[in-house]
Design a protein around this ligand. Structure first.
Ligand code: ACO
Length: 329
């Protein structure tokens, strides 16, 4: 049995925030942002757009490509840390919007690694024979939890969604398409390096802690940076080892788009040439769980992914959480 990606979809809201816009909001410059991060612009929601709206649009595109109707889905998994509500899950809201009433639906909170956690869960259910078709989405509305007075974080984040339809292939044979291996890891001892301290059940929102700006993403960027490179390389290597594939056999590295310097560091350590690294960070910034599936969909729709290609996806984020998946296209 193989878990095969039959369709991909992506969606980014229309409203664009450029580096020039940030120059008017905080003390920063296009030169600083581009040289330190690689980001030129990012998309943000407007006119009441919600996370589930972004999910819905990305999902429709993935379903259309897969030629699968929503009623045929057995499961919907949404990787997100910016759900529409605490209750219910965004996946349940998406189920209703799609009319996918034969599916289970739940969210996965693993920050930037949320999509890869979802993909790994989908693969597990499929290989166990429990389900046949899973919609996996990574989607975020980070603009709602970004402090636009904090220059060290606000220039980094954007909104968007990416989706894949994964289907069981019972004729899966050696050498066929599919998700070949996955590796997931977390380190809960470093929570405070990247978190939102208030708004959960431990410290519910009060006027006082809202005034102290505790409801926004807080990040120790420099420490995260160093940990990210090491963890992403480790996850990538373990995923490749599981499948017995060498880095020289990789056609595409599709990394979480958080910082161009992190991506370059990972590619260099893994000895993957620059031309095999898919980049779109300059257009979207860091969209957390959405970043890997948006990039995968872009590469796919541009015809860059050929049958038989080995595609390595890797991500790192809050929790801390990280992971990688290897796909034979
Ligand atoms: N414009 C101008 N100056 C700035 C800005 C800005 N937007 N932001 C920070 N600075 C200043 C700082 O104040 C500091 O000034 P100082 O030396 O006078 O104190 C200086 O620039 C250097 O700051 P650093 O934080 O050391 O800058 P660094 O080179 O590390 O880049 C960055 C910061 C881009 C945040 C980087 O650390 C990074 O990308 N970290 C990892 C982010 C990440 O991968 N997060 C995980 C995923 S996110 C998620 O899970 C939701």
């Amino acid at each position: 049995m193989n878990a095969v990606i039959r369709g991909t979809g992506g969606y980014a809201p229309e409203k664009v925030l450029t580096n020039a816009d940030f120059e008017k909001m905080v003390e920063t410059s296009d030169e600083w942002i581009v040289s330190r991060t690689g980001i030129k612009e990012r998309r943000v929601v407007s006119n009441g757009e919600t996370n589930s709206d972004l999910c819905y649009k990305a999902a429709q595109r993935a379903l259309e490509m897969a030629n699968i109707s929503p009623e045929d889905l057995d499961m919907i998994i949404v990787g997100t840390v910016t759900p529409d509500y605490f209750l219910p899950s965004t996946a349940a809201v998406v189920q209703e919007k799609l009319g996918a009433f034969n599916s289970a639906a739940f969210d996965v909170a693993a920050a930037c690694a949320g999509f890869l956690h979802g993909l790994s869960i989908a693969r597990g259910f499929i290989l166990n024979g429990n389900v046949k078709r899973v919609l996996v989405i990574g989607s975020e509305v980070l603009s709602r939890i970004t402090d636009y007075t904090d220059r060290s974080t606000c220039v980094l984040f954007g909104d968007g969604a990416g989706a894949v339809v994964v289907e069981a292939d019972e004729n899966g044979v050696e050498g066929g398409s599919g998700v070949l291996s996955s590796y997931l890891k977390a380190d809960g001892s470093k929570t405070e390096l990247l978190w939102i301290p208030i708004g959960g059940s431990k410290d519910p929102i009060t006027q006082q802690n809202v005034d102290a700006r505790g409801r926004y993403i807080m990040m120790s960027g420099n420490e995260i940076y160093k940990l990210a490179v090491r963890a992403m390389c480790d996850a990538a290597q373990k995923t490749l080892d599981q499948a017995g594939i060498g880095t020289d056999e990789i056609s595409w590295l599709i990394p979480h788009q958080a910082n161009i310097r992190i991506i370059e560091g990972v590619a260099k350590r893994l000895k993957i040439q620059d031309e095999k690294v898919y980049l779109n960070i300059e257009k979207y910034g860091n969209t957390s769980a959405a970043s890997v599936p948006i990039a995968l969909d872009e590469a796919n729709r541009r015809g860059m992914l050929k049958k038989g290609d080995y595609i390595l996806m890797v991500a790192f984020g809050g929790g801390l959480t990280w992971g990688a998946s290897l796909v034979r296209w």
